[in-house]
Design a protein around this ligand. Sequence first.
Ligand code: 13P
Length: 248
Amino acid sequence: MRRKLIAGNWKMNGSLAANADLLASIKAGLPGSACDVAVCAPAIYLAQAKAELSGTAIAWGGQDVSVHESGAYTGEISAAMLRDVGCRYAIVGHSERRSYHNESDEVVALKASRALASELTPIICVGELLAEREAGKTDEVVARQINAILNVLDEESLKSIVVAYEPVWAIGTGKTATPQMAQDVHALLRQRLAAKSAVAAEKVRILYGGSMKPDNAKELLSMPDIDGGLIGGASLKASDFLAIINAA
Ligand code: 13P
């Protein structure tokens, strides 16, 4: 039985004051340890997350990681630095980075490797554009994206990843994939993982992301291959985030 993971992706939102309020409310309202919980904050606020969340059941993570190990890469944040401020997770390959920063499948795979080498759990995002879904290419696109990961990670590393299926057309739009639509893609992803390692396929958590809200979370999270959520907008409001955690 895979333990569910509810991870917030704050994206480029927050401030010292707003984060302090948000984290205090989440901590105060957090139910018992029914699922894993994490917040992925902007890098500049990860030290704050460490200060506020150390010793609690809430983990924290970065939203991206450099492909480079260290050195003259102005503005980049390395996996070792994320680890240094206590991160457990690093999101890699979010569609916003794939599209606004031209990150290829190969770059995303390299980032996942870097994260793993620093003992971070990469949350590897995949997902199709609206035009790709409408052209019947969803399976092809997500298979290509996950294959790039399978090509570079060995079986042992594969067991430590988290995958997030985020259909791009559902992100921030209020449009959610139906539970069955999401389940179909999650099953395909698990099948791809199983082709490389049956053990990893059983173990890896596949999260759904894209307008997951308190009112649709339960139904999505009840599908057999949906092992949690990667939450954008609703992770910025403590009551919504807590309601999704409760649904899990
Ligand atoms: P929304 O929940 O705002 O749609 O964002 C999803 C997402 O991109 C999480 O990474």
